[in-house]
Write a protein that binds this ligand. Structure first.
Ligand code: PHE
Length: 453
């Protein structure tokens, strides 16, 4: 294996190791945890899905996250450059798959994030106060049906993402992350406590944690696996790219474990906050992508100081979405800066705009294009989300686990992990998981779902 080439252009590094962990957690914790996890759990019947999801985090997610960080830091390159310098040939396509996924995911992610920005705006106007409680259920339908509204909020969000990435992953963002992430966590703990104590609490906990295995079919398993990858920002090189900005002393196993742990806690807390409301108010757990937007505002309109909590919650949701979106754009931008030698400004503006354009059909998928079904009865937004989480990320994840477990040598992986005098006692476990267990599991679930056996 040829040694990785040193990048020609000077690249940034995180200002601190804590900053790296927080930025990676910022990438992982996003709409995937608060918007998507509860609704896919609801659609796939609860407990068994959740347990299989946790299993995927342990046997695929954590090992793969460490694998991506190892490749990133070893090469100090974007995904395409990293695979190219480590092995080249067809493996470079894995990097390309990541760049394409970043492009595709951000296109619809920015539309959903736009819903959150719109709700923040509504919260600021006091819409979720007690006087307006009766309006809450109609709000979401109203938002979805407005084509111009959707485009407007999507562009507000994309403009913010572009603005931040233009400045580089700035110190300001690292610093803000360190404050906002803990606050988001505290609010979720509070909302989860509120949920558990409400009348629907016990039913919700049973729904979330008591497995009825008969509800878990191959499709749900693929969904759980795909969502584990999506939620941890894996399978497309986002963690690889962030790892490439880490210095040699960073303890990668600790980072991978901490980030995965935080991400999982936030998803579970979001579920514990949302499902009690679903059961207390007799809503449908399988209510689909609008779930969080239809449930939490009800609580805000009933609790004391609810308007204030609504503002805080949606502010943090927007922030969580921003920190994830930045990492999606960063993957694509880092490719154009490293490999094509574009300036950061040019790459961010051009790519950001193209991603916005690709997002337009998603923004219109619940209004002008609502009868346009792409995969099954899914509209454009849901189809492209389905495609990304269930095909692109599992395929990318499979290839990256195979690459880490079989192509780069044990010596390279071990010495990379142990740089900076890190003692990693679980190395044999990690190596076994990434070499045998993770690729086999991903391959089985994936091949079964695409109908190959
Ligand atoms: N992990 C992010 C979330 O949960 C989404 C994401 C996926 C970000 C892939 C980067 C890469 O919202």
């Amino acid at each position: 294996m040829s040694p990785p080439h040193k990048p020609k252009q000077k690249r940034g590094l995180w200002s601190s190791r804590f900053g790296f962990i927080m930025a990676s957690a910022g990438s992982a914790v996003g709409l995937g945890n608060i918007w998507k996890f509860p609704y896919v759990t609801g659609m796939h019947g609860g407990g068994a899905f959740v347990l299989f999801y946790l299993f995927c985090i342990f046997v695929v997610g954590i090992p793969l996250m460490l694998g991506e960080m190892v490749i990133g830091r070893h090469t100090h390159r974007n995904p395409v450059g990293a695979f190219n310098s480590l092995r080249g040939g067809p493996w470079t396509a894995v990097g390309w798959l990541g760049v394409i996924s970043g492009f595709v995911i951000l296109s619809y992610y920015s539309v959903v994030a736009g819903w959150a920005v719109n709700y923040l705006w509504l919260a600021l106007q006091g819409t979720f106060s007690s006087q307006h409680a009766s309006k809450v259920p109609e709000l979401f339908a109203g938002l979805l049906s407005s084509d111009l509204g959707q485009l407007f909020w999507q562009s507000v969000f994309m403009a913010s993402v572009i603005g931040i990435v233009l400045g580089g992953v700035s110190k300001g963002l690292e610093r803000a992350n360190k404050v906002m992430m803990p606050i988001l966590f505290l609010i979720l703990v509070f909302l989860a406590g509120y949920g558990v104590l409400s009348p629907g609490g016990p039913t919700a906990l049973r729904f979330l944690f008591y497995p009825e295995w008969s509800k878990l079919d191959a499709q749900s398993m693929l969904e759980a696996l795909g969502h584990a990858l999506f939620s941890l920002s894996l399978g497309m090189g986002a963690m690889l790219t962030y790892g490439s900005y880490a210095d040699e002393k960073t303890n990668l196993p600790t980072a991978a474990f901490t980030v995965s742990f935080m991400d999982t806690c936030v998803a579970l807390l979001a579920g514990i906050a949302i499902f009690p409301i679903v059961f207390t108010y007799g809503m449908q757990p399988a209510g689909g992508p609008g779930l969080v937007f239809k449930t939490l505002p009800i609580v805000f309109s009933r609790m004391p100081a609810g308007s204030m909590f609504a503002v805080l919650f949606f502010l943090l949701l927007v922030f969580a979405a921003l920190t994830s979106a930045i990492s999606l754009l960063e993957v694509v931008v880092s490719y154009y800066c490293d490999e094509q030698k574009w300036s950061r400004n040019k790459a961010t503006l051009v790519i950001g705009f193209l991603i916005f354009l690709l997002g337009v059909p998603s923004a219109l998928s619940n209004n002008l294009l609502k009868d346009f079904h792409v995969i099954g009865d899914r509209n454009f937004l849901d189809s492209i989300d389905f495609l990304a989480s269930n095909y692109l990320l599992p395929l990318g994840g499979l290839l990256i686990t195979v690459f880490t477990g079989w192509v780069i040598t044990t010596r390279v992986a071990k010495s990379e992990i142990e740089k900076g005098a890190v003692r990693f006692h679980f190395y044999p476990v990690w190596h076994f998981l990434i070499k045998y267990v993770s690729p086999v599991l991903v391959a089985i679930v994936f091949l079964h779902t695409i109908g190959l056996f």
